[in-house]
Write a protein that binds this ligand. Structure first.
Ligand code: MN
Length: 269
């Protein structure tokens, strides 16, 4: 549970600690919020050593942080944070959605940073749906939003310190899509909903597909309306030490992170 919202957790899984650099994937909702109820109100908390990202599928998410940002992002939008050496932030369902009620669904993703970027400057990049280029094929059954990286000549708006591709995808029944993959990059496809053929396999309902390094592309064909998050990046081959909201390389760096947070060195909100 996150607040009063049930959270699906495809990553980490019992036998899969990470799919480097992707550490955590949380799927919140979908649910219908009753007017006047705030089911997710997460107070100020710190992060260090990775990039926490929120993909808002439906509804709205309000964010405030120790850099002075206060922003609400609505459906189709993304909040892309890099915690670097430290950031303190809070997250809640947006005010208008709480007042009016309505559908809510989001994904939270943690992307690890390599050792040389763990103590970099923190940053926060909000994007509305209008900021994100959308690829549509001639059939009208396929939509792919380019959030980070490139697809079919479209460049995503995210500025991330390491190479990463992040696309949200919508397919109507019969819609198909081919995504070229980079050699030696990890590739995941999370299906939020749908019934989809992938190569010789099939995804049904909420499932996370992890691909091996063979082949040059993945190909999807939707049997039912499908919604997906595609992620790909080169793996980080470094030791992982994690404690709560801190992701470092060595245990003593976690102790330092706890001390730095307690001493106010990650900022205040
Ligand atoms: Mn957080």
């Amino acid at each position: 549970m996150m607040g009063e919202v049930a959270v699906g957790q495809p990553l980490p899984a019992p036998k899969v600690r990470q799919i480097s650099p992707f550490l955590l994937l949380h799927h919140l909702g979908p649910l219908i919020i009753a007017p006047g109820v705030n089911p997710m109100d997460i107070g100020p908390h710190p992060h260090r050593g990775f990039a926490p990202v929120s993909f808002v599928y439906q509804g709205e998410v309000a964010h405030s942080d120790s850099l002075g940002n206060t922003r609400t992002v609505t459906g189709g939008g993304v909040q892309w944070m890099s915690a670097g050496s430290g950031i303190v932030h809070s997250e809640s369902v947006g005010k208008e959605l709480i007042e009016a009620g309505g559908p809510f669904e989001m994904i939270q993703l943690w992307i690890n940073l390599p050792r040389h970027l763990k103590m970099s400057e923190p940053s926060y990049q909000p994007f509305d749906a209008d900021d994100i280029p959308c690829f549509q094929d001639q059939t009208g059954k396929t939509r792919l939003n380019v959030i980070a990286g490139q697809y079919n000549g479209l460049q995503g708006p995210v500025n991330h310190p390491t190479p990463v591709e992040a696309f949200t995808i919508h397919l109507e029944p019969g819609g198909s899509l081919t995504i070229p993959t980079n050699q030696d990059w990890n590739v995941l496809l999370y299906q939020l909903a749908g019934n989809t053929e992938i190569g010789s396999g099939r995804l049904q309902g909420r499932q996370l597909a992890v691909f091996n390094f063979e082949g040059e592309a993945i190909k999807l064909m939707a049997r039912e309306p499908g919604r997906y998050l595609y992620l790909s990046a080169p793996p980080i081959n470094e030791p992982l030490a994690q404690y709560g909201p801190f992701v470092m390389n060595r245990p003593e760096e976690l102790q330092q992170a706890i001390r730095d947070y307690q001493d106010g060195k990650m900022g205040e909100l």
